[in-house]
Write a protein that binds this ligand. Sequence first.
Ligand SMILES: Cc1ncc(COP(=O)(O)O)c(C=O)c1O
Length: 447
Amino acid sequence: MTAPTIDATVPQERRLVSEVPGPASRSLMARKLAAVAAGVGTTLPVFATRAGGGIVVDVDGNHLIDLGSGIAVTTVGASAPRVVGAVQEQAAAFTHTCFMVTPYEGYVAVAEALNRLTPGDHEKRTALFNSGAEAVENAVKIARAHTGRQAVVVFDHAYHGRTNLTMAMTAKNMPYKHGFGPFASEVYRAPLSYPYRDGDTDGVVAALRAIDVIEKQVGAANLAAVVIEPIQGEGGFIEPAAGFLPALASWCRDNGVVFVADEVQTGFARTGDMFACNREGVVPDLIVTAKGIAGGLPLSAVTGRADVMDAAHVGGLGGTYGGNPLACAAALAAIETIEAENLVARAREIEAVVLDRLRRIEARDARIGDVRGRGAMLAVELVHAGTDVPDPELAKAVAAAAHRQGVIVLTCGTHGNVLRFLPPLSISDELLHDAFDVLAATFEVTR
Ligand SMILES: Cc1ncc(COP(=O)(O)O)c(C=O)c1O
């Protein structure tokens, strides 16, 4: 395969020149605390100055290995040369006109690319927005317009965003929902397939359980959409058992319900397929994308069957910034990078390296309950040794120790007990091995 193009101005090695966080980051953190709303949290209190390849450089000059990609965004790297060049050129030409006022080609080209790349060869349409949550909301609006129905089904452990409707769709109370209600109505929750915890390796059985809840508690005739992450993100990188997604999609088709895949986190090569739905040949009616779509610029999309997408009346969809020209230029360059550098295959290579490292740690450590995920979206679920009782304190301790040694890792999960690994696909194997040497040693010393 072609090697990823890494911005050579960011040296690709872990290098610590101060404690983490260092004095310059600590001083900026004091300013942050005085100026920024307390509700905006910080995972790792170092302030970035540069990033690229698999490295984030902080204001003290520390070079940290990036296993987070800014929460699954910088799939092509944080300074991918094509993205940087395209954004610079577009910024010099014009930054905004509003697509709804005087349109421009970039938006149309992104829509064409999404119509081509997303699962299914049927006729499609796309609408562009700014954030994942905004796109999820619009998918629901479109499904309601198409079906004339109101109810929306989501799943246990789901995460769909922080706006009012998407808070209702998100499962976890703290920190996403607590004290922020009342939430939008007509949102119902069904049981997920979670093989590590429900023991069901037959996804069809798990799907029948969910469908029973939907039929009894909502009623297909009231249901506009089923919205599901093909692999759950914030909820704990939960991959449903094989057969779950196809069975649900097929039930939706039989009942006139719009099947919406929220691929905000899983899309654009992240899971070793262009989209996670591809693995089982699932063709969603609507697919929601964001994060990895535009190399770090804010952009999101709803793409889907032309008859469903066109159900919303003229003027019913849009927004001032949706499909901003800079974000569209970045998206076209990010998509070109993914295709030219075959980053789908690179994600599978990363899976092989990281899964091997995680399984070797698991073999020595009974506190690892489960190793799971696909591509460059991998995780370990941590439990008290010999039980399946979640151990969020251990996840916190391992993440903090890794941070101090210059490795950026994130946690997730309804119980906060999952360590997740989301490296940019531009990371080298050397950096991956260095990061997992650090993590293996961290597991040893926390025992
Ligand atoms: C699956 C999924 N849907 C929606 C969202 C919300 O996206 P955003 O934070 O861009 O609003 C996220 C963000 O993490 C996500 O992972």
